[in-house]
Design a protein around this ligand. Structure first.
Ligand code: S3P
Length: 172
């Protein structure tokens, strides 16, 4: 079996993924890190030098490699399910369960504000109000993709341990 974590930037995909892998004794793959290794460049550099469309095509290309893994937890990038036929491929992959880590706009803004520089899509934003507005518009476009996941878990006001526990309860 494998678990695929889906959700907006700042929804906790990496931290929850690492913890879940520890508890279940599975391998862990962060898809952004995987792409950085394959492309030998940081996400920030890929966006700056080759542009977003190149990055989206790379995500699509490497997705097949990732969804074939066994006994692995994968955290996808926030945009991965939302381009091309990526969400279809995620849902069609055998023996995998996709989990949407859901968080509301203020939670995401609070978590993301100090980490903007690591994320090219929000690096230009200066205030929390601008970030709220950006996330609001973006989530409106993206939520329909995330919502197709096999399971959905609310993460607002929950600790990492609590989110992991809710996932395990729903799974087993
Ligand atoms: C993106 C999310 C990022 C990364 C890239 C684009 C997005 O991943 O893939 O900066 O489009 O939402 P995280 O969700 O892990 O931050």
């Amino acid at each position: 079996m494998m678990l695929i974590l889906v959700g907006y930037m700042g929804s906790g995909k990496s931290i929850i993924g690492r913890e879940l892998a520890k508890v279940l004794n599975y391998d862990y793959v962060d898809f952004d890190d995987f792409i950085e290794i394959q492309e030998n460049a940081s996400i920030k550099t890929i966006f700056e030098t080759k542009g977003e469309i190149y990055f989206r095509k790379a995500e699509s290309k490497y997705l097949d490699k990732i969804i074939k893994l066994k006994k692995t937890i994968v955290s996808l990038g926030g945009g991965t399910p939302c381009y091309g036929n990526n969400m279809e491929r995620i849902l069609d992959s055998n023996e995998s369960t996709s989990i949407y880590l859901k968080a509301n706009i203020p939670t995401l803004s609070k978590r993301l504000f100090d980490e903007r520089c690591k994320r090219p899509l929000i690096a230009h934003i200066n205030t929390i109000e601008q970030l709220n507005e950006f996330i609001g518009k973006h989530l409106f476009e993206r939520a329909a993709f995330y919502e197709r996941s096999n399971m959905s878990i609310k993460t607002d006001d929950k600790s990492v341990e609590e989110v992991v526990e809710s996932i395990l309860l729903q799974l087993f």
